[in-house]
Design a protein around this ligand. Structure first.
Ligand SMILES: Nc1ncnc2c1ncn2[C@@H]1O[C@H](COP(=O)(O)OP(=O)(O)OP(=O)(O)O)[C@@H](O)[C@H]1O
Ligand SMILES: [Mg+2]
Length: 256
């Protein structure tokens, strides 16, 4: 007999558990000229409620593909996805994808029509965006646009936050700034979060669990649990963990 959460339509199902559970047996992409790419193979991972998980893997291994499955944007796969209770999602894509003809505050209001004005104002304040509320996306730097995309994802009060390369293409100072903001947000809000990065240092600074992925077809080759609380992670400990992560990847023949 199939388990009660069996899901023939591949709609990621909230089951009341406070954890994210992924078991993707197979995901293929077909190119328009009929070539099949085997992208994910037997990829399994679990994330406890309130924890931050980081997917670290080489470029093109299937990280964005996996996030799109979790977000329910692509239902063409063989496997099971169980979301945290209620299954309300906040997602930040690799590109900020803001509505260009709407102001910053309207981008948030459209995404979260039920959110109170006070809550939206507090979120803008928290992300250092208050003075940009009336600006249009073309008036923002990439770093600011990323923050707006993050504020928009948080405005829906998500049970699960998905972040695809949130710091990519930012200069070192802007990346550090945003990383610290994300770390503070996930710490205070305790939202179950799955983020994608190809930078082990970024993963170590943000995550409780790091899932190291193989090249395509991607599966989890090792899971690294960061037992030091984010607030007490010294540069020395972070460096040790980075070496450990790179050694685990190298042991599996994976280069980042
Ligand atoms: N819609 C699609 N149709 C066909 N192939 C696709 C599609 N989307 C992704 N692919 C292919 O699937 C593989 C995985 O892509 P994906 O974008 O998930 O990788 P990624 O790990 O996120 O890469 P990056 O680190 O560059 O962001 C790549 O080979 C990509 O070319
Ligand atoms: Mg990607």
């Amino acid at each position: 007999m199939k388990p009660f959460w069996c899901n023939p339509l591949n709609v990621p199902s909230p089951v009341g558990a406070s954890a994210l559970d992924l078991s993707i047996r197979r995901k293929d992409h077909k190119t328009p000229d009929g070539v099949t790419h085997h992208v994910l193979a037997d990829l399994r991972l679990s994330l406890p409620g309130g924890a931050v998980g980081a997917l670290v893997g080489p470029s093109g291994c299937g990280k964005t593909t996996l996030l799109r499955l979790v977000a329910g944007l692509d239902r063409d796969y063989d496997g099971d996805i169980r979301l945290p209770a209620h299954g309300r999602l906040g997602m930040v894509f690799q590109e900020p994808r803001l509505l260009p003809w709407r102001t910053v505050i309207d981008n948030l209001r459209i995404a979260a029509p039920d959110a109170h004005d006070k809550a939206i104002a507090a979120l803008l304040e928290e992300l250092g965006l208050a003075e940009h509320a009336a600006h249009f996306p073309r008036q923002l730097s990439l770093g600011l646009a990323r923050r707006v995309a993050l504020a928009r994802a948080l405005a829906v009060d998500p049970d699960l936050l998905l972040l695809d390369e949130p710091l990519v293409s930012l200069d070192a100072a802007r990346a550090r700034e945003l990383r610290e903001k994300i770390a503070a947000l996930v710490e205070t809000r305790r939202i179950t979060t799955l983020l994608v990065t190809h930078d082990p240092r970024e993963a170590i600074a943000l995550a409780d669990k790091i899932f190291l992925l193989s090249p395509r077809p991607a599966h989890v080759v090792a899971t690294l649990t960061i037992d030091t609380p984010r607030s007490r992670l010294t540069p020395e400990r972070a460096h040790e963990l980075e070496k450990e992560a790179l050694a685990m990847l190298a042991g599996n023949g994976t280069k980042i």
